[in-house]
Write a protein that binds this ligand. Structure first.
Ligand SMILES: *Cc1c(COP(=O)(O)O)cnc(C)c1O
Ligand SMILES: [Zn+2]
Length: 419
C-alpha cells in the first residue's frame, strides 16, 4: 500500500534513500523487499532525499564503492560491515586502442578486477545490505553466470546461506566460481529466462521464505549498485561526464542505472550538466533490444539466446524499454555484433591495452568499433567503453597458446625461426 510512516531504524539502514517509487506511475512505497507496483506492475526503484554531498567528502572515503555511500541505499557505517568492498576499478586511458579505431580520446572502464572478477560485485553489495536489514537468511539469484559467483562470495563473507540458480551449460570457470564458496548451485535445464521464471515462482512459495533473491525481490536495491560505475567514471575523469559511453545490455539494468547515476551527479551539482550519449551493446545472437531499436519499436520481442556472450544472454530483458528511452533521449543507439566480432574484439583489446575481457567486453569493444566504422559515433568526443568481466572466465572464447615448444637450448630457439 501507499507510504506509511517509515520506522527510523529502517531509514538509517538505507541512508539517503527514503522510499521505493514506481518507474511507471510514480506511486511511492516503504523501503521493503517489494519490486513491482501494486497498481500498474511497473518496476520499483529507490528514491532519495540527498543531503549536501561534496567532492571532498567522497574523495576522502574508502577506495571502493562505499566512498559514494551518501548516494546509495546503505547505512552510514556500511564500510565496517562484512562485505566484498568492490569498486574503484581502473579507468584505463586507451590511447593505443583509440589510435587503432580512429578515436581522439578513449578510456576503458575495466571492471574485471572486482573481487569475483565482474561488475556484479557492485550490485550484490547493495543487495546484501538490504538482505541484512530485512532479516533474510539465504541469498539467492537467477544468474547468467557472473552473478552466481558474486552472490556465493558475498554470502560467505557476510554469513548468509546461499542457493543460486544458473542455466545448464555455462562456462566451467563460472560454475566453479559459483560453487567454491560452499553455497548450493542449482543448474536448471533451460535458458536464463526459464531460470528467472522459476525463481519468480519460488519467491511466491513457502519454499522460498526468508530468501533474498538479489535480482528479483531485492532488485530495486541491487540495481543501485550500477550507479557506482557512473560515479567512478565521472570522478576518475576529474569530475566530468564522458561525452559518449558504450555499455553492455543483459537485462538492461546496468545501462539504466549508469544513466541514473549521471543524472544524480548533475542534480546535486557534482558535475557540470553537459550532454552525454549512451550506446547499448548486445551480441547478435541475443539482441532483442538492438532489434527493437533498429525497427523503431518501443516494445521488446523476446528471443531465444544463442551466443558465446553468455553473461549477456537474456532473451526477455526486463529493462529493455527503458534502455530504448535512454538511447533515444541521449542521442545514442543500441547495436549488436556477431560472435566472430566479439572474439576479434577481445583480441584487439588485449593486444592494444593489455586488458583481457570476457565476452561481454568483446561485445562492447566490437560495438564501439562498429559505431566508428559506420560513422555513428563522434570520433572527436571523449568516449568510455566498459569491460564488465574477466577473460579468465570465458577462456574457451579465444584461441591463444604458445608460439612454439622447443628443447631448452639456444640452438633450438634460434632454429625455431622466431627471431
Ligand atoms: C550481468 C552482466 C552485465 C549486465 O547486466 P544487466 O542485467 O544489463 O545489468 C554486463 N556484463 C557482465 C559481464 C555481466 O555479468
Ligand atoms: Zn505503478
Amino acid at each position: 500500500m501507499a507510504i506509511a510512516a517509515t520506522e527510523p531504524s529502517t531509514v538509517r539502514a538505507f541512508g539517503p534513500a527514503d522510499a521505493l517509487s514506481c518507474r511507471e506511475c510514480g506511486e511511492r512505497y516503504d523501503l521493503t523487499p517489494k519490486f513491482a507496483c501494486e497498481f500498474c506492475f511497473g518496476p520499483l526503484e529507490v528514491a532519495y532525499d540527498f543531503g549536501d554531498v561534496s567532492r571532498a567528502e567522497i574523495e576522502s572515503g574508502p577506495a571502493n564503492i562505499w566512498r559514494y555511500r551518501s548516494l546509495l541505499p546503505v547505512p552510514p557505517n556500511v564500510a565496517e560491515l562484512p562485505n566484498m568492498n568492490p569498486g574503484l576499478t581502473p579507468l584505463v586511458k586507451a590511447d593505443r586502442l583509440a589510435a587503432e579505431l580512429g578515436l581522439d580520446s578513449l578510456y576503458v572502464k575495466d571492471d574485471s578486477g572486482n573481487p569475483t572478477h565482474s561488475f556484479k560485485d557492485r550490485v550484490v553489495a547493495m543487495a546484501v545490505e538490504a538482505a541484512r536489514t530485512f532479516g533474510f537468511t539465504t541469498l539467492s539469484c537467477s544468474s547468467t553466470g557472473n552473478l552466481a559467483g558474486a552472490v556465493g562470495a558475498a554470502a560467505a563473507r557476510a554469513g548468509f546461506d546461499s542457493c543460486v540458480f544458473i542455466p545448464a551449460g555455462l562456462e566451467e570457470a563460472k560454475v566453479v566460481m559459483a560453487a567454491v564458496y560452499g553455497g548450493k548451485v542449482v543448474a536448471i535445464d533451460g535458458n536464463y529466462d526459464d531460470v528467472n521464471r522459476f525463481c519468480s515462482e519460488l519467491i511466491g512459495d513457502p519454499a522460498g521464505e526468508g530468501w533474498g533473491f538479489v535480482n528479483v525481490n531485492l532488485r530495486p536495491y541491487y540495481g543501485e549498485g550500477s550507479k557506482t560505475l557512473a560515479y567512478e567514471i565521472a570522478e576518475q575523469l576529474g569530475w566530468r561526464l564522458p561525452e559518449q559511453i558504450v555499455i553492455p545490455i543483459a537485462s538492461g539494468s546496468q545501462l539504466t542505472k549508469i544513466d541514473k547515476g549521471f543524472q544524480e551527479l548533475i542534480k546535486i551539482g557534482l558535475v557540470e550538466n553537459r550532454p552525454y550519449r549512451i550506446f547499448g551493446a548486445q551480441a547478435t545472437g541475443c539482441s532483442p533490444v538492438a532489434r527493437a531499436w533498429e525497427a523503431g519499436h518501443d516494445v521488446i520481442q523476446p528471443v531465444k539466446p544463442d551466443t558465446i556472450a553468455k553473461s549477456l544472454a537474456i532473451g526477455n530483458p526486463a529493462d529493455g524499454p527503458y534502455v530504448l528511452d535512454i538511447a533515444q533521449r541521449t542521442g545514442g543507439s543500441v547495436e549488436h555484433v556477431s560472435d566472430a566480432e566479439v572474439v576479434d574484439s577481445i583480441n584487439l583489446l588485449a593486444r592494444t591495452e593489455g586488458v583481457f575481457a570476457e565476452t561481454a567486453g568483446g561485445v562492447t569493444t566490437g560495438v564501439l568499433r562498429k559505431l566508428v566504422r559506420e560513422g555513428r559515433i563522434d570520433p572527436k568526443a571523449e568516449t568510455v567503453v566498459l569491460n564488465t568481466g574477466d577473460g579468465l572466465k570465458t577462456l574457451n572464447a579465444v584461441e591463444a597458446g604458445v608460439t612454439a615448444t622447443i628443447k631448452p637450448s639456444l640452438s633450438a630457439f634460434t632454429d625455431a625461426g622466431l627471431l
